[in-house]
Ligand binder design. Structure first.
Ligand SMILES: [Zn+2]
Length: 186
């Protein structure tokens, strides 16, 4: 089983002291925090393309690398990184060919139904005041999505004005970065 393989590897990893190459502190050496997408292609490519090593940054990931609500867990994490963990710059990094681009919420809901989620269960979410379709919706273009996330954070009452919030798009094949918002200019 997958989990057992992980646990077996872990015993080997610990037993051979491989962790020693990763020792660092919990404060980010580069004094920055990154919000990006959970895309598999970015796990190693993004840090390599940006010269980021273990310990260098705070890294937050979600589907799309998006801020969808000013009071969601993404923004909370970014605020903690800035106010508690000494991050002095924020980078929001979307990517080309993202699964959240033009994601159709009705497709997601159909998938939920095939997994046994009933209409009634979806209704309980709606009853909690969540517009499920809106909550699951993707974005039209990644540049717009990044710019929108930057502006939600930039305008956030709890985000200090002196903290630059940058917006970028990364190519998941080559690692090439393109700039959407240069936070120093805001
Ligand atoms: Zn993505």
């Amino acid at each position: 089983m997958y989990l057992d393989n992980i646990l077996a590897h872990n015993r080997e990893f610990i037993g051979s002291n491989q962790y020693e190459g990763y020792k660092t502190s919990k404060l980010p050496n580069q004094k920055s925090v990154i919000l990006t997408c959970m895309d598999t292609r970015l796990i190693e490519l993004l840090p390599a393309a940006m010269n980021i090593k273990n310990g260098d940054v705070k890294m937050i990931k979600n589907a799309g690398g998006l801020i969808t609500s000013p009071y969601g867990s993404g923004v909370r994490s970014l605020l903690i990184a800035v106010h508690v963990l000494q991050a002095e710059e924020v980078l929001i990094i979307g990517h080309k060919d993202c699964g959240m681009q033009q994601l159709d919420p009705s497709f997601v809901m159909e998938q939920m139904k095939t997994r046994g989620i009933s209409k009634e269960e979806i209704q309980t979410v709606t009853d909690d005041g969540i517009d499920v379709a809106e909550w699951l919706a993707g974005f039209e273009t990644v540049e717009e999505a990044v710019a929108n996330s930057v502006s939600i954070l930039r305008e956030h009452p709890l985000m200090p004005g002196a903290i630059p919030v940058h917006g970028l798009v990364i190519d998941p094949e080559t690692g090439e970065l393109s700039l959407v918002t240069r936070g120093y200019d805001a």
